[in-house]
Design a protein around this ligand. Sequence first.
Ligand code: NAD
Length: 542
Amino acid sequence: MSLAISRVPTPVNEPVKSYAPGSPERASLASKLAELSATQTEMPLVIDGKDVRTGKTGRAVMPHRHAHVLGEFHQGGAAEVQSAIDAALRAQKGWAALPWEARASVFLKAADLLAGPYRDVLNAATMLGQSKTAHQAEIDSACELIDFFRFNVAFYEQLLREQPQSSPGMWNRLEHRPLEGFVFAVSPFNFTSIAGNLPTAPALCGNTVVWKPASTAVYSAHFLMQLFREAGLPDGVINLVSGSGGDVGDPVLASRHLAGIHFTGSTKVFHQMWRTVGDNIDKYVSYPRLVGETGGKDFIVAHPSADPVALTTAIVRGAFEYQGQKCSAASRVYVPSNLWPKIKDELAALVGGMKMGDVADFSNFVGAVIDGASFRTQKAAIDEAKASGTAEILVGGEYDDSEGWFVRPTIIVTRDPNYRTLCDELFGPVLTVHVYDESEWVQTLDLVDCTSPYALTGAVFAQDRYAIEQAMERLRNAAGNFYINDKPTGAVVGQQPFGGARASGTNDKAGSILNLIRWISPRSIKETFVPARDYRYPYMES
Ligand code: NAD
């Protein structure tokens, strides 16, 4: 019972620590990296608050040193999925019946634990298991996830305050119920913050969850689950079931109690899930909410008036941080013919000079790509460009998977506006540049709009205000997150709500009230104080 109309603390974005030489955070993170590197971690499933070992295991390795095994994770199938669904359904009544402040407290506590004692653990796990540098881990597994927890709590309070008007003689109310059933959260490898947000955003709203992390990110997911438990999340509210996509996904999607899917990953997998839900539609108790943030082919388009130095910096940071494995990473760039000679050499020098290697060496700017499959995708694109008559490699083009899955940051330049790597998502450190005739600005905007099926992020660089407005207008539907004179990556919770449309997703803006709205099913309540006692209306009188 709640005997107050509470206000949650006003959220503020978590400050990013620098990890500069001599800083206390650097020493503390280095020691956690050494500790985890020297430990073998067993990663069970967690169902109804209990560790579950199936004996069918997979290995979590360091992408930058794939011979180094961080530990073994247990993989679930139909039986474990059924236990997880049963646990989620059992837990839902009690969890949903808690005062909302109690649920909010769990996630505010998780935020404070992550800002404090868990910061090094999650950052080190993300560095080792997903090959992120200290800075990339800090802005993801620490700051962004802390922001998700704190801002979502504030958005949830705002959502609960959303109430209708009442005419005289009655009181109308909206009750923001959780969905009936359980939510299936399916997370990608590339952001620990997304892995943390996908199960917790629905849980905050009173839902219970079956969560399947990506097999290449089970290591950080294991520590996330520890964080949730230490924050006081009751048993059964979030049930962690690792395993192959189909082994876990198929039985989950066949459950009549599936109330929603909170997915981030590739377009192909989301299409498959959507199709399966369609095939199963007669089985479900309710229409499942389908929320998916999917692939991208994010662009930077420069106008002839663009500042060449700002443009170069945005290309370098936007395309290559975290090896181009951000959903928002620039992967196609359109440069006018007047600017290309001014930026080409500098771009090649900066990208060619990027230090690549083990992320535990803080002087490196990039690590390895996530796995052998991604390595082969990047290698194929590079080999294709080397053999092509319409494209050439400006810088990079080397790869070596002997120790880790390393691909040198690479820029392909092509005259062909439909060249394959301008259209297909590669999700790695391979950027394609198309140089257009400076007189063809408007045609180029149309080209940017039509070249790929995706519409996630995009950026325009221009000093000319008319050009900026033209780009805003013509590219209205080409990106869900649009940047003016800035790189297309680095969205901050509470500042740039994130998500795209077309083949990039349902655009339910992670880290905003718009996302939380998908996890509630409102009930309208009308109470009449003095009910009518005669069915006849005045117009019927003689
Ligand atoms: P992925 O699609 O390979 O995997 C995502 C998740 O889906 C994993 O947990 C995987 O195990 C699971 N999965 C696979 N098949 C399944 C099935 N049949 N049923 C249920 N689950 C299944 O994606 P990834 O390689 O982990 O991540 C990279 C992709 O994610 C890229 O396409 C990237 O653009 C996208 N992404 C998008 C955003 C965004 O906000 N739009 C953010 C991050 C990543």
